[in-house]
Design a protein around this ligand. Structure first.
Ligand SMILES: Cc1cc2nc3c(=O)[nH]c(=O)nc-3n(C[C@H](O)[C@H](O)[C@H](O)COP(=O)(O)O)c2cc1C
Length: 329
């Protein structure tokens, strides 16, 4: 067991740097590059619930062909779904054959609908774990927050029934009570949580009046929310925590582990700094551990979490009143 080894979702990772789901993990060539650069685990680009449904609908409507017979429509829909799925499962199989790092499949979902049966296929393809990237956009004015939470819990419970590989849930921070949803999802079978997802955000160009996309990649300053919640959740759950969003450097990684993360998922830094950044992050981590005389990740994991911090109130302080008062004009 190496000095940087960490346990995550029942898997032994040789280090805590995980390549998060992105275009980088959507083809075998760059998956191989990440492995060669020393990555601890790889989350394969997500198969989207909407993508599967969209593909099926697109085929049904293409060329003006609407078969109009339930059995044929079902068949074409089934064919398209199978096609998307088989491409995805082929990538998992290839990755498992090619790389040494654990391979985590991922599915982006917004409901406990029929897609859940696909989870079985990613398990059969050899994925070491499954990450569910769940977000239910709360736009239905008739649905209560409780009902939306229930849908998350139902989805995880359904997937847990179907597969025996570990499951992590990648969540947004849009919950009234993050502690409660994490506990409920944990009871439903989630083995770990990835905090937090970063959304694709639409923007507007006021000159062309076109819709555009805002800030495709994260900035390290965005990781403060992740730090707060990892620090607060560490002692409140026995499940694994992976930090995500804004982890760009070895220093960011060290902070996340000190606060209680078992690992960190990185994406933007891979795009901005190339896979070589993995080696730099690990070098920073190892040198820091040597200087601080920590001989394992578990020796300092959670040391600065809310539970173990000598200054736990820093996590609860959210309003600026005191600081505004002190600011000099
Ligand atoms: C090009 C690109 C593609 C992405 N694709 C996915 C995806 O398929 N599934 C997913 O859960 N997240 C996806 N994400 C989100 C990332 O996994 C990650 O959560 C987000 O970029 C925040 O992490 P970062 O700050 O390290 O970039 C994608 C992000 C980018 C930039």
């Amino acid at each position: 067991m190496g000095k940087l080894t960490t346990q995550y979702l029942g898997l032994e990772l040789k280090n805590p740097v995980i390549a998060g789901a992105s275009g980088f993990t959507g083809n075998i060539k760059s998956i191989k590059k990440l492995d060669e650069a020393g990555i601890g685990a790889i989350v394969i680009k997500s198969l989207f619930e909407e993508q599967i449904i969209f593909d099926a609908n697109k085929t049904l409507k293409s060329g003006g062909i609407v078969y109009g017979y339930d059995d044929i429509d079902d068949y074409v829909g089934f064919y398209e779904k199978k096609h998307s799925i088989s491409k995805y499962t082929e990538l998992i199989k290839e990755a498992k054959k090619t790389v040494t790092a654990p391979v985590i499949a991922s599915i982006n979902c917004a409901s406990s609908g029929q897609w859940t049966s696909f989870a079985k296929k990613v398990e059969a393809a050899g994925a070491d774990a499954l990450q569910l990237n769940m977000f239910i956009l709360p736009f239905d004015t008739k649905k209560s927050g409780q009902e939306i939470d229930d849908e998350y819990v139902k989805t995880v419970a359904m997937v847990k029934e179907l597969v025996s590989i570990p499951i992590s849930v990648k969540l947004s921070y849009h919950f009234s009570n993050i502690f409660q949803i994490i506990n409920r999802l944990g009871q439903a079978g989630a083995d770990g949580f990835v905090l937090f997802n970063r959304f694709f955000s639409p923007d507007l160009d006021i000159n062309t009046l076109e819709h555009t996309s805002a800030n495709f990649f994260s900035d390290p300053a965005e990781n403060i929310l992740t730090m707060r919640w990892i620090g607060m959740l560490y002692s409140k759950t026995t499940k694994n925590l992976a930090a995500a969003t804004g982890v760009h450097s070895g220093e960011d990684l060290i902070k996340m582990i000190l606060l209680g993360a078992d690992a960190a998922e990185v994406v933007s830094t891979l795009y901005k700094n190339k896979p070589a950044v993995i080696g730099e992050m690990l070098k920073t981590l190892e040198e820091w551990m040597d200087n601080q005389k920590f001989d394992s990740i578990s020796a300092f994991k959670g040391l600065k979490s809310q539970k173990d911090s000598l200054n736990p109130e820093v996590f609860n302080r959210v309003q600026y009143m005191k600081h505004y008062g002190e600011l000099k004009k």
